[in-house]
Design a protein around this ligand. Structure first.
Ligand SMILES: [Zn+2]
Length: 93
């Protein structure tokens, strides 16, 4: 269903798909600036997140063990997936 959105800058109504990156066809302003900011922030947060769980020096010993085990399991899982992808690529020729 096509929704109509009013541009915040030029006050003209226009159809929109609700995407955060949607721009006004008349003045090129973002139609959902708040949504766009949230999207950008989420993307930034995802990018800055390290691949492994960070083990802090002042973590409790059981937290350290839990994080270490989690990291090892994650590494093994990624290794298996990579191997399957490699094997599939090899078999496909
Ligand atoms: Zn506009």
């Amino acid at each position: 269903m096509i929704k109509e959105t009013k541009c915040l800058k030029c006050d003209k109504w226009q159809p929109t798909n609700g995407e955060s990156a949607a721009r006004c066809v008349f003045c090129d302003a973002f139609l959902h600036p708040d949504k766009r900011m949230r999207d950008l922030e989420n993307r930034k947060r995802e990018k800055s997140k390290p691949f492994f769980t960070v083990i802090y020096r002042n973590d409790q010993w059981y937290v350290k063990i839990y994080k270490w085990v989690f990291n090892v399991v994650q590494l093994v899982f990624v290794s298996i997936i990579s191997f399957i992808v490699w094997l599939a690529t090899l078999l496909a020729g």
